[in-house]
Design a protein around this ligand. Structure first.
Ligand SMILES: [Zn+2]
Length: 65
């Protein structure tokens, strides 16, 4: 009974279980990828970086809710 309880938190990026411990350097994210994705989203939100949307697609845009 010497095992420490593993605390997990929901990953802010993928909402999966993320180990909240020193062994997880990306906490509260579950992985480096999720951390990068979140930072990327934050950066694009802040700096208004144009997405990968090709121009001239007004009529060809499929219906999206
Ligand atoms: Zn994740």
């Amino acid at each position: 009974m010497s095992d420490k309880p593993i605390r997990t938190v929901p990953c802010p990026s993928c909402r999966g279980p993320s180990v909240y411990a020193e062994s997880n350097r990306w906490r509260p994210f579950c992985s480096e990828r999720c951390r990068s994705v979140d930072l990327g989203a934050w950066a694009s939100e802040r700096f208004r970086v144009p997405a990968e949307t090709p121009p001239g697609e007004d009529d060809a845009a499929p219906p999206q809710h």
